[in-house]
Design a protein around this ligand. Structure first.
Ligand SMILES: C[C@](O)(CO)[C@H](O)COP(=O)(O)OP(=O)(O)OC[C@H]1O[C@@H](n2ccc(N)nc2=O)[C@H](O)[C@@H]1O
Ligand SMILES: Nc1ncnc2c1ncn2[C@@H]1O[C@H](COP(=O)(O)OP(=O)(O)OP(=O)(O)O)[C@@H](O)[C@H]1O
Length: 305
């Protein structure tokens, strides 16, 4: 019986450009991902009988949220393990133990992170030996964000988010995340985007030049000013109180403030450690805020520890 433990980060979108809905229901994206220092862990222990099981242990303050993480075949980690098994013809099974820190349905790709981690953990525990490239191909079938969680660092996301290409970037950035009391469904936010843009011409998405220049220079102030998210209006339409959370961080002097992906987590860029503490303190009294986390990025993608 062999086992492997994998640590996987959350992601944020420094910009999220969303184009007109495609025939397959997905939206073309132009995004820059950054992996941040907020990690789940997935341990895979191989089983001779071919069964795949999952258990979830939550480190989150928002205990009730763990109720939304399925502990059956719907768990994205189980789907990842099954996909790897089907593609490699392995007959072994696995017990997957998830230690969950990334907020659930928070717009930080927590489920996708566990899927990426399960691919790496099972590939190790089963000795299937697939290359990173081969794992990335499987990852894209599991969800738009999954390939980036294997990759980590900073990267440009195209297609529906699953196409990853390198971006020139330097610098380490100090983030503050304001977690909301309740998650938001990604599909519901995209549907609200379609409702709000119905009858208008939605332009093809692009990554703003100012954001790329800020990353190239490692300039936190310029990066803060260039942060953008086309899903903001849709997420605020479903959760208007998030506007207050964003305002509190801006008043506390954040260099930039946006929602993370489809929300509802709000993210704030700080100039340094002390500034991050000040912003976190201001947010801790906000009524819409269930938890405040200080973090930094970029960090590595899914890795065996
Ligand atoms: C909001 C983001 O996190 C930004 O990176 C992603 O776009 C969402 O990525 P994800 O959770 O991995 O999304 P998926 O599991 O692939 O899709 C969930 C649902 O979101 C919607 N969806 C997702 C990605 C995309 N480019 N267009 C979409 O419209 C679709 O309704 C889809 O059924
Ligand atoms: N391992 C998992 N961890 C979290 N959620 C999972 C997992 N497996 C399946 N899910 C389901 O996926 C839903 C969305 O979870 P997730 O945390 O990935 O959302 P998200 O962070 O908003 O995603 P994204 O940023 O990719 O849009 C949850 O409500 C849950 O029902």
């Amino acid at each position: 019986m062999s086992s492997a433990n994998v640590r996987v980060p959350a992601k944020i979108n420094l910009c999220l450009g969303v184009g007109p809905v495609r025939d397959d229901g997905y939206h073309p994206l132009a995004t820059v991902y950054q992996a941040v220092d907020l990690h789940d862990e997935v341990r895979a222990t191989s089983r001779e009988d071919g069964e795949i099981t999952v258990s979830v242990q939550s480190e989150l303050d928002v205990r009730s949220e763990v109720a939304f993480v399925p502990e059956d075949d719907d768990n994205l980690a189980v789907r990842a393990a099954r996909l790897l098994r089907d593609r490699t013809g392995v007959t072994l099974g696995a017990d997957l133990a998830i230690r969950k820190v990334i907020p659930v349905a928070g717009g930080m790709a927590g489920g996708s992170a566990d899927a990426a981690a399960a691919l790496v953990a099972c590939n190790e525990a089963w000795g299937t030996g697939l290359s990173r490239g081969a794992l990335e191909q499987l990852a894209a079938q599991l969800g738009s964000d999954v390939p980036f969680l294997l990759h980590g660092g900073n990267a440009i996301g195209g297609g529906r988010g699953e196409t990853i290409s390198p971006v020139l970037a330097r610098g380490a950035y100090q983030w503050v995340f304001a977690m909301a009391h309740e998650g938001l469904s990604t599909a519901a936010v995209y549907a609200e985007f379609d409702r709000l843009t119905a009858g208008t011409t939605v332009a093809d998405p692009v990554v703003p030049d100012a954001l790329l220049a800020a990353l190239r220079a490692g300039d936190a102030e310029a990066l803060g000013a260039a942060l953008s998210n086309d899903l903001t209006e849709a997420a605020l339409s479903l959760r208007p109180e998030l506007e207050d959370t964003l305002s509190i961080g801006i008043e506390a002097g954040a260099l930039g403030a946006i929602l993370s992906g489809s929300g509802p987590t709000a993210l704030f860029l700080a100039a340094d450690e002390q500034h991050s503490l000040d912003i976190a303190f201001a947010l801790s009294s906000a009524s819409g805020c269930a938890d405040v986390v200080q973090s930094r990025g970029p960090v590595h993608g899914a890795r065996v520890i």
